[in-house]
Write a protein that binds this ligand. Sequence first.
Ligand code: NAP
Length: 248
Amino acid sequence: MFDLTDKTAIVTGASRGIGRSIAKTLAAAGARVVLAARTESALEEVADEIRAAGGGVPFPLALDLAQPSSFKERLGSLPTEFGKPDIFVANAGITADNLLLRMSHEQWQSVIDINLTSTFALTKLLVRGMMKKRWGRVVAVSSVVGMMGNPGQANYAASKAGLIGFTKSVAKEVGSRGITANVVAPGYVATSMTEEISDEARDKMFEHIVLGRFGEPEDIAAAVLFLASTEAGYVTGEVINVSGGLLI
Ligand SMILES: NC(=O)c1ccc[n+]([C@@H]2O[C@H](COP(=O)([O-])OP(=O)(O)OC[C@H]3O[C@@H](n4cnc5c(N)ncnc54)[C@H](OP(=O)(O)O)[C@@H]3O)[C@@H](O)[C@H]2O)c1
């Protein structure tokens, strides 16, 4: 089940955390995987891990999501055998938390640019190739915060809610071409993004998480694998919450 042999996937934020797990999971299912992020040394490590595990072939791609004018050239540097990507996982994301009254325009804009605008620009470039093949998968990694809101995260919540509206619109535009577009919305996941949360704050959070723990990157990767698969071909415009019951 979930065989991605002969498919090319591109995963942003593949250098660590959830994106790293998504990339490894898609490669284990047989996909050629373009590993996109800024930290090339970390991408090389992920590529080595994928090669050691067998399965699909990795290709590290240095990409700064703050530089949309470079996207076309960067995507043009993929090896010929990778062809045009069939699967796009818009995973990379940042936070720049502050209460509304203290939030700077820069904090607002940087989060919107990396989390939302880069997804618009990359989806636009990548969907073209998918349309020609009449097969494609777009999976955006949002957050339950995009639906619940969170004090101190107006910028992040807006970007993640934006991804949901964006993806649903894309789903309606490209469905007739055999392309699906869906969202995975994680709750709290154990990565560098959440490592600074104190034990006390964690215990408080666990009271609201039905399954009583933070998710692991693999929990999110499993949902992405499903949505990227042929088997999920009749699922589009959906949001799958993978939050351990934080959002029910
Ligand atoms: N962890 C959670 O609790 C949680 C919950 C809900 C949703 N999410 C979402 O899940 C996604 C992954 O989160 P994570 O926890 O794995 O985060 P993470 O550990 O902080 O990793 C973020 C990834 O994004 C990449 N990235 C950041 N800025 C970039 C830029 N300008 N250009 C290219 N790549 C950039 C980073 O790579 P480089 O630094 O190498 O560029 C890294 O690979 C994010 O969209 C996040 O919002 C996370």
